[in-house]
Design a protein around this ligand. Structure first.
Ligand code: SF4
Length: 171
């Protein structure tokens, strides 16, 4: 397996989310290994990003040069819109990472909401000291996995069946 010249691991909300979806896919993403997406195979990444909600109706707002949230409401609450809560932990950690970044920038005590419009459901997220520690551990884990010389071995998961890396991982 060939990879491009290694660069320092980039940590973003997306990579934090990948960590909780599949560490192996995180490694592929960080090492620029992409697969052709066929009509019936869906990148797990799409489960991290809302693909059906009309993005044009939202006003994506930058947290910094690498991270965006879908919108910030009039009360200053960050919102991300997702299609399914099947990856809720990944969505929550992604939002917690944004709240962590804002705290680092001198804006503590911000809140986030994950919106699941199809399910008419919302999940509120706040950065407690425990969760701040969890985010810091996740950042270190993203760096560690990204810098591995080969993708980490993991057990087969149900989501593998719909992942674009299925053939690469399991054939
Ligand atoms: S096929 Fe499974 S193990 Fe491989 S990247 Fe996809 S989700 Fe991860």
């Amino acid at each position: 397996m060939q990879t491009e010249e290694r660069t320092p691991a980039r940590v973003t909300g997306t990579t934090i989310g990948y960590l909780y979806v599949c560490p192996r896919e995180l490694w592929f993403f960080q090492n620029h290994i992409e697969m052709e997406h066929t009509s019936d195979l869906v990148s797990m990444g799409k489960l991290l990003h809302e693909e059906s909600y009309n993005r044009e109706k939202r006003k994506e707002r930058p947290i910094d040069e690498r991270n965006l949230v879908d919108f910030i409401d009039k009360d200053g609450i960050l919102h991300d819109v997702k299609s399914s809560p099947s990856m809720q932990k990944a969505h929550e950690m992604q939002m917690l990472y944004y709240l962590y970044l804002l705290k680092q920038k001198g804006a503590p005590n911000r809140k986030g909401v994950i919106n699941y419009p199809r399910q008419r459901r919302t999940v509120e997220v706040e950065l407690t000291p425990e969760q701040e520690h969890e985010v810091e551990e996740a950042i270190q884990e993203v760096k560690r996995i990204s810098d591995l010389p080969t993708p980490p071995d993991i057990a087969f998961m149900k989501i593998c069946k719909s992942c674009s890396y299925m053939e690469l991982c399991w054939s």
